[in-house]
Design a protein around this ligand. Sequence first.
Ligand SMILES: [Cu+2]
Length: 297
Amino acid sequence: MPRTTAHRTALAAALTAPLLLPLWAAAPAAAHGAPTDPVSRVVACSPEGGDRAGSAACRAAVAANGAPFTAWDNLRVAGVAGRDRERVPDGKLCSGGLPAYRGLDLARGDWPATRVRPGGALPMTYVSTIPHTGTFRMYLTEPGYDPAKPLTWSDLPQKPFAQVTDPALTDGAYRFRATLPSDRTGRHVLYTVWQNSSTPDTYYSCSDLVFPEKEEETAGPAAGKSPARPSATPGPKTANTPAAPAPTATPASTAPVARTTTAAAPSGPSAPLLAGGAAAVLVVTGGTALALRLRRR
Ligand SMILES: [Cu+2]
């Protein structure tokens, strides 16, 4: 890959959010791409990931990795040609099966995450410092997904819920929108596969998402049996606003429209509840912190 300052310029232009500004300060010379919103594990835990890099999950990931995620935009595998499920082993989806990124495969429920709404619009920002053509396929873990277990292909539907080919590259990032499935609650993983057509490479990334718990949606004055939850209600409500400002949205006339399919399976009964109160507190805290950050944009 050419080592030109154009890469840094493109990345700098792409990262308009103050939260991500430190990224371009240390952009690798040979760079390719990764999702910055919803933030991918590799970006959040990179040396340029800001305060998210200091989270317990990221510190554990770097420790397990044995090295920092400096090359956050280089998580790619050559020659896959669509055979993702053959080439990327179960339990190693987030690293793409690459030892240099193995820390991203840790099974834990506290990765830096992005608050989303079921059935809502998901604006995607995928920073690319060297443009490639190709198709983005977005998968979301099935209802009942347990973040305490290693992510396997069986956690993901066979078909992506959204797929976009050659979206416009605007200010150094591919920006497009997808519509999230409407039957998820709690913590999930967005698995984005970017299969290049102009190179032999396929890029893999995990972005952690948090949907409201079912109880939060239905909790009302009549729900007298949930004294432990009242503080959870205002958090998600405010945290749901990031979709509204849509800071990364391209004009509707030029934005590629994600082709979406809705998963047919009903939502899992108890997965979000397994984690219990402690996890709920973590989720709410994370969502609130994220909302605060987003308001500063
Ligand atoms: Cu590249």
